[in-house]
Design a binder for this molecule. Sequence first.
Ligand code: NAD
Length: 423
Amino acid sequence: MSATEASTHLRENPFALAREQLRRVGEAFGVDPDLIGVLSKCKKSVEVSVPVAMDDGRVEVFEGYRVVHNVTRGPAKGGIRYHPGLTHDEVKALAMWMTWKCALMGLPFGGAKGGVVCSPKSLSHSELERLTRRYTTEIINEIGPEKDIPAPDVGTDAQVMAWIFDTYSMNVGHSVLGVVTGKPLAVGGSVGRDGATARGVLYCIRTALQKEGRRFPDTRVAIQGFGTVGRNLARLLAEEGARVVALSDSNGAVINQYGIDVPAAIVHKAEHGTLEALPGTDEASNEELVELECDVLVPAALEQVITADNAPRLKAHMICEAANGPTTPGADEILEDRGILVLPDVLANAGGVVVSYFEWVQGLQEYFWKEYEVNAKLNDIVVRAFEETWSARDRFSTTMRNAAYGIAVQRVAEATTIRGLYP
Ligand code: NAD
């Protein structure tokens, strides 16, 4: 994606929005305001400069961050994002959301996030490697299998995780499988990790449809974003017989109300680097995709794509947040009034961190599971969290987002109270 389009994706300060969500949940669920005060701050935030020798002989200096929001329930866990529009407050918001996500899933982790302000597509393979190794070195005292465990996010992948694993391991003098998750299978990755976030989204949509007595066949789904999450989700949905009516990447959207040929779209994107001119589809903008008539809208790209501006025009019956923070609190109120069900990010996209947890456990034990075990355990955890959230929503007559945050915040608050305030 280009720097210009990326630098404009945040209309509001995401950390202010995340804190506002926390304040509302604290009030609604009667959480001690002193605890909310503690939880509305990040525990630790590191800003680093990352000088990189570029292929043309210049030295470019990038900005990097690693933020730990909370470690009360276990080591911090959270992805690393390479994106030209990345901001420090965005990383803080993403770190806070990781705390809630891990607590909602019942994982023994706190929340963290990191990233480098860069445009990974415009870097060569060796520049990307040097950037990753230098960034890892700059944050090496912050990360570790018992401290803070990174994973992939927007703009990073299994190869980047392999470089982080190698850099850390070379520095400590032995291989440390548990330092990072989302690694390639050849170096201690878990089967099922690549498609895990998408699989978690799929399980959430399936469970929500079942609540209405519906099933996948003939369900019309529009997906924004065709990266790790969006592409895998489109593939899984097509396999389940759902009708994928729209797909998009940063260049724009493609639409076919009768259903897009998803395997053909994956091949087209791999060959051309874009979904543009996909045979059998009409072209549209990402804004048009969000407002498309469909049963399920899945934002799977960046934050703040559903706002108070476009929420009144949305025609989806249900929104399933594969991306982190795609809906602003202003939009949430409008969607609630309009009776549109929103499956929130901390529930819907938690499949990635759940299988990251499995990868961490397998790495610590140096004993690896089979794919059906990974998928079955993932299904158990995600569906249990969905049912807990659904019943809290009914009990408190609230939204799925408030219910999910309420459960998560109460779990972290309880752990904080039991541990006590040190010293
Ligand atoms: P990715 O980098 O693999 O893919 C991002 C996709 O979004 C690309 O197709 C890109 O073209 C598209 N995109 C970028 N800007 C866009 C724009 N302005 N409009 C429309 N599309 C745009 O990233 P990913 O790993 O698939 O992550 C996507 C979202 O899912 C992020 O919000 C991320 O935080 C969240 N998420 C990812 C994981 C994971 O395991 N990768 C886990 C949980 C949540």
